[in-house]
Write a new protein. Sequence first.
Length: 204
Amino acid sequence: MTPVENRFDYASEYGLTHLEIDLVREHNFIETFSEERIGNLNKLSQKFGITLSLHTPYTINPSDKIPMIRDANIAYLKRCASVAYELHATHVTTHIGYCNGLPEWTWMRQEALERLVANLTKIIKDCQELKVKLALENVNPMPKDSEFFYLGDNLKDFEFLFSKIESPYLNLCLDTGHANTNEGVIAYIQKFGKKIIRVLVKIN
């Protein structure tokens, strides 16, 4: 894949005004954002009039049950917020986690959501200080016989999160494809219209 530095010409040619940096690519690992690289990206962003945002890997799991793993995820998201600040990025998009267990085990989901609230609170504190918005992306539900499920695959998860953490820096990234595998796009817009700062649309 081509580094984002090589995409500005293409974006400008086709009238694009924003580029999202996918942090799952090796050339975009968060460790690669040195002071020199950030400075170069800021120059390109200003030259072409193109804003930037970051998208974390889908494997990020700030709700993990194991403290050491959970703490590493929190540290990672805080570093993303810091890099976003240095890049003058519009926001950071992230998935909110996953859990082993059957989807109908509501008690397990609730425990994971409560861990997530505690950890997102720590991350949002940094986001507020840096004035960086965090956009939580909705995801598709796993099959009912799966022994693994995602958090954020339904409206209730986001209702719980937004009721527990009231901050203008905690928002929603609406993935229309994912939404259409469950309650539907309209339901998300009706519930969280003011929280939606980014929309993902798949065009065939």
